[in-house]
Design a protein around this ligand. Structure first.
Ligand SMILES: NC(=O)c1ccc[n+]([C@@H]2O[C@H](COP(=O)([O-])OP(=O)(O)OC[C@H]3O[C@@H](n4cnc5c(N)ncnc54)[C@H](O)[C@@H]3O)[C@@H](O)[C@H]2O)c1
Length: 315
């Protein structure tokens, strides 16, 4: 958990979403005051304990968002609210840019006016690397996005860096690999998609031959990294990943063993905007914070299984 000892005000945009709600849960175990801004477009109110958190329902692009930030004057912002779906970004490029670039700017501009502002933590993505092929991907590799989503995330980073140069705006960018875990909301990732198909004994769809690889990082490790990032004193960009590369076919086989289901996948054409291989070095963040991923893919999937079973019991 974070090392900030004195009580601070922390705003989590997108705090009702998949990653954000985990961050909120973790922060509630600290002395800090937790604020959430979310338009509930994919997140749910019930994802956070509203009794303990101040929730502002609004769009990050709105005047209301600016006013709220000025009113609560957070010391830290963890900016997670975004359009996160690569396919949506291909179909609606303006919408994607509007939320991910203009929305980020709107939140950042409000923070710039706060006298006691300490750091802006921005959730970026491996999609920024795009066709950059030298693995493992290091933070100084040239960005080559191949989707509007990767482009809009990169632009968000660029505005933060520029404002740091211009007015010393304090920021920390975390580029996440492929995040997975039990989720009730948001865009389907490959693991939750496979999961839903497999438990209904349907064929999962694999785009391409299934030998493409990804670096899968468990959501609890991401939440932990976001909180540690509040203490990172050096402005800059950090990858958050396991540093392991797993093919989509291997994911399917680990899941088949875990769920005791055998299904034959349906192979379809490759999708535009998908990279062939991905693996990110996490050495830079490890060195600065001591963070280590606690979950291998097998362990993360087991944990996800447990959480899904608990959900069924609660319902
Ligand atoms: N999940 C991943 O694999 C992954 C990988 C890399 C980066 N990221 C980044 O992490 C962040 C969180 O992703 P997630 O997986 O939790 O997604 P999510 O969709 O579950 O959460 C996003 C939250 O933001 C809210 N939101 C969306 N647009 C908004 C707007 N205009 N104004 C206010 N709120 C808005 C949604 O209601 C939702 O609660 C995003 O910035 C995403 O780009 C995620």
């Amino acid at each position: 958990m974070g090392k900030i000892m004195r009580k601070k005000r922390i705003l989590i945009t997108g705090g009702c979403g998949f990653i954000g709600s985990r961050v909120v849960q973790n922060l509630l175990a600290t002395p800090h005051e937790v604020f959430v801004m979310d338009d509930l477009s994919s997140g749910h109110r019930s994802a956070i304990p509203e009794m303990l958190v101040d929730l502002k329902v609004c769009d990050i692009r709105s005047d209301a968002a600016q006013e709220y930030i000025k009113e609560i004057a957070p010391h830290f912002v963890i900016h997670l609210a975004a359009q996160i779906d690569v396919q949506v970004s291909l179909e609606q490029q303006q919408l994607d840019a509007d939320i991910n670039i203009m929305g980020t700017l709107n939140v950042m501009e409000a923070c710039k006016e706060l006298a006691d502002f300490e750091r802006f933590v921005f959730a970026s993505s491996a999609a920024v690397y795009g066709n950059s092929t030298e693995l493992p991907l290091m933070e100084d590799a040239a960005p080559m996005p191949i989707s509007p989503y990767g482009m809009s995330k990169w632009m968000g980073e660029q505005y933060l860096e520029l404002n740091n140069e211009m007015v010393d705006f304090p920021y920390c960018v975390l580029r996440f690999a492929n995040v997975y875990g039990q989720k009730e909301t948001g865009a389907k990732d490959v693991i939750s998609d496979f999961w839903d198909k497999m438990i209904h004994e349907k064929s999962p769809i694999i785009h391409g031959d299934g030998e493409q690889t990804r670096d899968f990082v468990y959501v609890a490790d991401i939440a932990e990294a976001l909180i540690l990032a509040l203490n990172v004193r050096k402005n800059g960009i950090y990858n958050i990943s396991t540093g392991e590369q797993t093919s989509i076919n291997d994911v399917l086989s680990v899941m088949s063993d875990l769920l005791q289901v055998t299904v034959v996948p349906e192979n379809r054409r490759n999708r535009i905007g998908d990279v062939r291989d991905s693996r990110l070095s996490n050495a830079k963040f490890q060195e600065v914070t001591g963070w280590r991923p606690q979950y291998t893919l097998a362990k993360g999937l087991e944990q996800m299984h447990l959480e899904k079973q608990e959900m069924v019991l609660v319902k």
